[in-house]
Structure formats: structure tokens, C-alpha cells
Design a protein around this ligand. Structure first.
Ligand SMILES: *Cc1c(COP(=O)(O)O)cnc(C)c1O
Length: 486
């Protein structure tokens, strides 16, 4: 199996090289040339980790010893060995993706990626360490730190905007242990930190600055196929749970509603379908930043609008990078078309896909959005009716799933993906269920726990009492030096 760039101007690579490189040199994303034969029934008979082994081995065949890698990635790190439990809540099934070490759905992928990177490195005979550089606006930073901490052969350096992340998110990052991790605040906003990271990659691109250094640079963002592939597993896991509970028979299609930002999570659902899982509609849920809603309905992608800051910040995105992979797959791997659309997006801020592609998208996907008021109303209602506490991202998906059922009459079983613990967003959740929001986030978490009697996840409670290990604050111009000091 080979991996090709979605834009067609880069040499094909094997799966280990695709993981190592992340982004293709022509700016495109790596995608496999064909979907492998896959034993769905066999996969559904397995436990979650064995499912992951089968799926990852099928998609990344050049990476050896997958069983040991999956074991190292996940064993003992999640609340239970099923990793991503499902819960029946009223008319829907909720797939809980936030039971990992940092209470973020990104844990599922970011626990696995370091293992895949080290294995790919060995496979390709690369001697130096890989240094992962990331700018974070919150959740990704901690999930990446936790996934990479103390994994031999890799290092990680996370930059966050000083004052630009929540108190809980900051505490999560600055207390991170591990002899291969660095965390640093940058004076500026998230864009400054992100631009700084991009500038470092550009400055180091020709290799001169890194001569003699024992590492080379890479990134952990969701364009890496090694981050996307591990997310396919939980779609199989959810389907298996529905089978085990007798809610469906083998072969019955199931719909999934996904709170979407960069389009990685929902694309993993589409790949699960390509592998043969009986997936019905994939429902793309957005907040007030509803670029994807408009796109899936009209075939026109238009980023020329203001970014709204919402209560579901992980979905505050105007350019969803993984959509490029969907365009590639559904156009029949027409890389020239994808390259042209991406160039238009870059140059003009918008593009329109051909009618046939638009129709192919609407056969598989459906889209809608929920604003902050609807999100809060949904958190309150789901709590009052079902005694289930949703975070803001999950509530967006719940609301859109309801809209889907009401507007289409499609009564097939619906799985709503839950991407965060309510304790990650205590102010918004308290406000929604009528609690007061005095005090800092730690006080809010405790009040939420008293009101709902739902335990605060262990990794979030008591964070404020841990020792701060990373206290550097630098100017954005100093970021390159900070990295080179390593
Ligand atoms: C990252 C994230 C999302 C969006 O996932 P994508 O794969 O980027 O679409 C949704 N919810 C939460 C809580 C997240 O952290």
C-alpha cells in the first residue's frame, strides 16, 4: 500500500514515511491509494485494543509490532480498558471519548501517535530524536504532552499564549512531568504562538540551523495520518456495543453525529465506513462557526467571515484541514481538482466543488449547527430529562442530532460523539444548568460536582495543588532560540 499526496505533486511514500513526514512536501495530506480488504466481522468480535491493532495494521502495514505499540499507548491510561465506553441516554447512544489521561477526546489519537512515530523512525533507520513542536490554544497541548512524556526517541515542546488559555488548561500543562517535555508561555495571542511555530519550521527547513543537533522537527497536528487512523477504532467499538446490547443486528446501519472542528473525527467515521462498517449518515455538527454546514448543504466553502468565540472553543475553526482528504476520496482521487480548490481557498478565501462531488458528499453527510444559546438549552434539557451531563461540544452534537431526526425522519440508531468532560468547561455548563459561576474555574468545578454529584475526573481535581514545573514566559521573537537551546 502506498500513500499519495492529496495534491499529487509529491512522490508516493510508504505508511511509515507518511507518519514521519506528517504533511506532504507539496502542502497536501497523505492518503492511501486504496482501501485494504478488511474483516469487519472479525474486528467486531474483538476487544477495543485488539480492534485498534487490526485497524492500524491494515492502514499502516509498514509499522511492525502493532500489538506492543497499542498496548504501550493505552494500557492503564484510560478509565477502563474499553477506552471509549458508550452510554444509552434517552433516544440516543453517547460515545464517550473523554475518558483518557487528560479528559480530552484528543487523548485517543495522541496516546497512539508517539508510539507510531518511534516505530516509523526505527523502520526508516532514523537516528535522531523527533522533536514535536506545537502551539496550543488549550486542549491539544496537554493531550500531546501526556502522550509524548517519557516516550524514548521523541521530545515535545509546547507553546501556549500567556493569558490565552483557561486556568485549568494552564495548570494541566505547566505541571506536566517527563524528561523529554518542555512547555513555555509566549507573550501574545494564539495566532502569535502558532505563527511563531510556523516560522521555526520555515527557518529550520533547510537543516542548517539544526546541524549537529540530536533531533529533527515534526508536528503533532491532526493532518498526520498517524493521528487520524487511531480514531477509526471507536466507531467499531460503538457499533459493537450496540450489537452486544441487542439494539441492532449485524449489518444494520447506524448514524453518527460528530461535533466537528478540523474534520478529523468525522473523517475517521467515513474511513470506518470505507473499511466496511455499516455506517448510515455521518452528521457534521458545528457551532456558530458554521462554514461546514454551509459547505455540505451548498458545495460552496467560504472562509471569508469572522471567527466567533463560542462556548465550544475546540470547534471555533474556519478552515477544516482534513476536509481536503474527503474531497480527494469522494472525487475519485482527483488530485488536480483538490490542488486547484485548495489554491482557490488560499488565494480567494472560497471555492465551489463540482455538482457531482457535492452530491457524493450529501449522500454520506448531513450538516447543521447550534449556537451558544441552543447549546446551553440542550445541556439543561439533557440534564433534566436524562440526568446526563454534556459538555458544550457534546451538546452541539446532541442538538444537531435532534434536528436531523426531526427534519429527515430517519429513525436508525444514532450515536452522538462526546468529545469532552463537562468539567473542562465548568462555567458554561454551570450557567446552563442554573448554577452560579462565582470564583475561579477550580471553584466552579467543585460547585458543579456538588450540584450534579458527578465526580471530577482524577486528572483535573487537585491540579491547582501540583508543583508548577514549567514557568518560562518569553517574547515571540525568542521562540526559535528557546527551541535551539534544547
Ligand atoms: C478537537 C476537538 C473537536 C473537533 O475535532 P476535529 O477532529 O478537529 O473535528 C471537538 N470537540 C473537542 C472537545 C475537541 O477537543
Amino acid at each position: 500500500m502506498q500513500y499519495f499526496s492529496t495534491r499529487g505533486h509529491a512522490a508516493p511514500v510508504n505508511s511509515a514515511q507518511a507518519v514521519l513526514k506528517g504533511l506532504a512536501p507539496d502542502g497536501g495530506l497523505y492518503m492511501m491509494d486504496q482501501i485494504p480488504e478488511f474483516d469487519v466481522t472479525g474486528c467486531l468480535a474483538k476487544d477495543t485494543k485488539a480492534m485498534a491493532v487490526q485497524i492500524l495494521s491494515a492502514l499502516l502495514p509498514d509499522i511492525q509490532n502493532m500489538e506492543a505499540l497499542v498496548d504501550r499507548a493505552y494500557t492503564g491510561k484510560f478509565c477502563s480498558e474499553e477506552l471509549t465506553p458508550t452510554v444509552s441516554v434517552g433516544k440516543f447512544t453517547v460515545l464517550e471519548l473523554f475518558r483518557g489521561p487528560t479528559s480530552a477526546f484528543k487523548d485517543v489519537a495522541l496516546c497512539m501517535l508517539p508510539q507510531l512515530l518511534t516505530a516509523a523512525k526505527k523502520q526508516e533507520g532514523l537516528q535522531e530524536d523527533i522533536l514535536i513542536l506545537t502551539a496550543t490554544s488549550g486542549d491539544t497541548g496537554k493531550a500531546a504532552l501526556s502522550g509524548f512524556a517519557d516516550v524514548p526517541g521523541v521530545r515535545i515542546c509546547v507553546f501556549y499564549p500567556e493569558g490565552g488559555v483557561s486556568a485549568v488548561q494552564r495548570a494541566q500543562m505547566v505541571t506536566q512531568k517527563g524528561n523529554n517535555v518542555r512547555v513555555c508561555a509566549v507573550k501574545g495571542n494564539f495566532d502569535d504562538a502558532q505563527t511563531g511555530v510556523k516560522n521555526i519550521f520555515a527557518a529550520c527547513a533547510d537543516g542548517k540551523l539544526l546541524e549537529g543537533k540530536p533531533f529533527r522537527l515534526s508536528s503533532a497536528n491532526s493532518i498526520n495520518i498517524g493521528r487520524l487512523a487511531p480514531q477509526i477504532t471507536y466507531y467499531f467499538k460503538a457499533y459493537k456495543d450496540l450489537l452486544d446490547r441487542g439494539e441492532i443486528q449485524m449489518g444494520d446501519p447506524v448514524n453518527f453525529c460528530v461535533p466537528t472542528g478540523n474534520f478529523g473525527d468525522i473523517l475517521a467515521g467515513y474511513l470506518a465506513k470505507c473499511l466496511g462498517l455499516p455506517v448510515g449518515r455521518l452528521i457534521c455538527a458545528s457551532n456558530a462557526n458554521n462554514v461546514l454546514t454551509d459547505f455540505i448543504r451548498t458545495g460552496i466553502y467560504d472562509r471569508r467571515r469572522n471567527l466567533h468565540k463560542t462556548d465550544s472553543p475546540s470547534m471555533d475553526i474556519l478552515v477544516s484541514s482534513n476536509l481536503e482528504r474527503l474531497l480527494y476520496l469522494l472525487s475519485g482521487q482527483k488530485h488536480s481538482l483538490v490542488a486547484e480548490l485548495m489554491e482557490q481557498l488560499n488565494r480567494d478565501g472560497h471555492y465551489q466543488v463540482p455538482e457531482s462531488l457535492k452530491e457524493a458528499i450529501s449522500r454520506q453527510f448531513w450538516a447543521d449547527f447550534a449556537d451558544d444559546a441552543q447549546t446551553a438549552e440542550t445541556i439543561r434539557r439533557v440534564w433534566e430529562e436524562n440526568h446526563y451531563l454534556c459538555d458544550t461540544h457534546t451538546a452541539v452534537a446532541w442538538k444537531v442530532a435532534e434536528n436531523y431526526v426531526n427534519q429527515t425522519g430517519d429513525r436508525r440508531p444514532m450515536v452522538v460523539l462526546s468529545t469532552a468532560s463537562a468539567y473542562k468547561f465548568p462555567r458554561a455548563v454551570l450557567t446552563a444548568i442554573g448554577g452560579d459561576t462565582d470564583g475561579d474555574e477550580f471553584a466552579q468545578m467543585e460547585r458543579l460536582a456538588r450540584m450534579t454529584r458527578i465526580q471530577i475526573p482524577g486528572n483535573l481535581s487537585g491540579l491547582q495543588n501540583l508543583q508548577e514545573l514549567h514557568t518560562d514566559v518569553i517574547e515571540k521573537q525568542q521562540m526559535l532560540n528557546f527551541v535551539l537551546e534544547e
